[in-house]
Design a protein around this ligand. Structure first.
Ligand code: FEO
Length: 163
């Protein structure tokens, strides 16, 4: 049976992942309202991914005989200065999530919960990918410097994201 302190931390992470989904959905809605369908699509795919992250932890807690308890999800922002600022916010948020995952690993290690440590390795790797993707887009947007042509092309490209 999984340690109650570990379950509490994993429940907090479910909340953090659902907040991430909410944040990216808020960004999708903001892009949608400004007629950037590609950026909105990218954010919706990202939001769906975050829900999957939450469900991965949900299933794991149940599999280990723990009890999932859901908390309120904080309201995300509803507007950003521009696309560059929005993706900078994505990168900042993903760095924050990475630190949360690393803290979870530290708790699992302290509790000698090897199964949870191994389970969390997937998230450690996923965060490397998440930060890399956000960082690339921040750099591209910095290069574009708000040029309508550049934004249009990037919107087309991001509209093709599959997962
Ligand atoms: Fe589930 Fe983007 O971290």
């Amino acid at each position: 049976m999984i340690n109650a302190a570990m379950v509490k931390e994993l429940n907090a992470q479910i909340n953090a992942e659902l907040y991430s989904a909410y944040l990216y959905l808020a960004m999708a809605a903001w892009f949608e309202a400004d007629n950037w369908p590609g950026f909105a699509h990218w954010m919706k795919v990202q939001a769906k991914e975050e829900q999957e992250h939450a469900m991965k932890i949900y299933e794991y807690v149940n599999d280990r005989g723990g009890r999932v308890v859901l908390d309120a999800i904080e309201a995300p922002a509803s507007k950003w200065k521009d696309a560059h600022a929005a993706f900078e916010a994505v990168l900042k948020h993903e760095r924050h999530v990475t630190s949360l995952i690393h803290k979870l690993v530290a708790v699992a290690d302290k509790l000698k919960d090897t199964a949870t440590s191994i389970f969390l390795q997937w998230f450690v790797n996923e965060q490397v990918e998440e930060e890399k993707n956000a960082d690339e887009l921040v750099q591209i947007l910095a290069r574009i410097k708000g040029s309508p042509n550049g934004l249009f092309m990037l919107d087309r490209q991001l509209g093709k994201r599959e997962d």
